[in-house]
Design a protein around this ligand. Sequence first.
Ligand code: ARG
Length: 464
Amino acid sequence: MISKKTKTNKIWGERMRSKPSYLLTKINASINIDKKLYVQDIKGSIAHCKMLVKQKIIKKDMSNKIIKGLKRIEKEIQQKKFNFSEFNEDIHLNIEKRLFEIVGNDAGFLHIARSRNDQVTTDFKLWITETSEILRIEIKNLIKAILKLAEKNKNIIMPGFTHLKNAQPVLFSHHLLAYVEMFKRDFKKFKNVINNASENPLGSVALAGTSFNIDRNFTSKLLNFTKPTDNSIDGVSDRDYALEFLFVASLCSMHLSRLAEEIVLWNSDVINMIEIKDKMLTGSSVMPQKKNPDGAELIRGKTGAIYGNLNSLLITMKGLPLSYFKDMQEDKKPVFETYDILKLNLKIAKELIENISPNKNNMKNFANDGFTTATDFADYLVKKGLSFRDAHKKSAKLVNVAEKRNMTLDQLSFKDIKKIDPLIQKDVLKILKIENSINSKKSYGGTSLQNVVKMLKKLKKEFK
Ligand code: ARG
């Protein structure tokens, strides 16, 4: 809480003739959000301090005191004994103020050759690197759950849709593996986020670098960065890594949202293709019969906030001249919120996948509705010598016959089918069956069981 009686800021207030207004202090404070960065901030300060000693800029005993103080602060925060204050603006000043209380004036030497401008972006890069790795673990766990469901239901046939109209029969497992491909790309993209955040901005200082003989390679090594950033102005101005994190999170959320939408659709009483276990369903306060898939709906719903966060930071950064502006302090909230939502969404999606099972008979019957082997019939005619365009027309005719008779294609008699073209032989009857349709799709990446088994084996090895 900010008291209206607070004095001027001790760290930067020397030139001020009056204390900052209550409202300015309020709008300026980011501590309630950026306190999440305390681990990275202390790590960065310790690395900076060690570098200052190595470069003989400060004395070893002073650095020992500072580092001991920083570690004590870390413990205090972990144990919730730290008193965060909005008056001290942000995580950097909150820690620095406390360091003064613990070690006295020596604390003032830590900020040599450093600015909050390079400090904050260093902390943020470290945070994004660590959390991207955690998200990759969650994505991997989800992939493993999908693989398990696919393996268990390898042979189940479902209607493949385009335009939400029955298109061609596919294996349920093949459909599930499509999601594995999406999440595999997310898994890889979060690695790219990490790689693209691998340059160390620490030592860019306010914007211009420093006259002190600092060793940026040394802090890079201590903080696990690959190298220092090459331009001090870019070092403090760049937030591309945060935007990339938000973009990849948005993509991953889009994939989750599509999966969630399918779960909602499949679970509807009209479609009724899957069963969801009660532990993943909620009831209605008015309709006693209801069991609703709220978890899936919320995955879909929360995706809105994630897209909003990407937009929010893109707009914050748009048109900002170089180098640092306080606008950039608004970068953390969207990133932190996105991380929390995405992590939860990934966990819930995994739990949902673990608690659904296909309604095999419904799926199979639907797969035969809507004349889904009409393309197989056209392909059959092509193999007998027709062009695909002629075959397409003849197959449409066969569909008309079946529609008139209110039959599925595989219920038609050979006599009826034969009327379509003289080249047709008895082997056509097999062609109109959905099982045959699936197993004929042996092209690489197709839905045949043979392919799916191979892919499952490959993916299981990749995500052990
Ligand atoms: N808390 C700030 C941020 O998150 C860092 C402070 C830089 N402040 C400044 N006046 N240059 O961006």
